[in-house]
Design a protein. Structure first.
Length: 95
């Protein structure tokens, strides 16, 4: 059961990362990205986000959806996306 939830969470996180990389934020970004995810530092951030997601779910027994929301929004803000734009992108992606 948890493996399926984790796999679904990783797929949603990957979709959110692709949206950030492509700049597919509704209404556009209000400021440019500070750190693109296609750089070595950006890929390290994406890797850290996946590790954080796994740790939050496996070690701290946080519900996978809550962990996914927190990590996705945190990564979006870290790479320079304004918080309202990150929330809007997540809402549009989830439905």
């Amino acid at each position: 059961m948890y493996a399926g939830q984790l796999a679904g969470g990783v797929v949603l996180l990957a979709g959110a990362l692709l949206a950030v990389v492509r700049g597919a934020v509704p209404g556009g970004l209000t400021r440019p990205l500070k750190l693109g995810l296609l750089t070595a530092g950006g890929l390290a951030l994406a890797q850290a986000a996946v590790i954080a997601l796994i740790v939050l779910i496996a070690r701290f027994k946080l519900h996978p959806f809550i962990a996914l929301v927190a990590v996705s929004l945190g990564l979006g803000v870290i790479v320079g996306m304004p918080l309202p734009a990150a929330v809007k992108a997540f809402q549009d992606g989830v439905g």
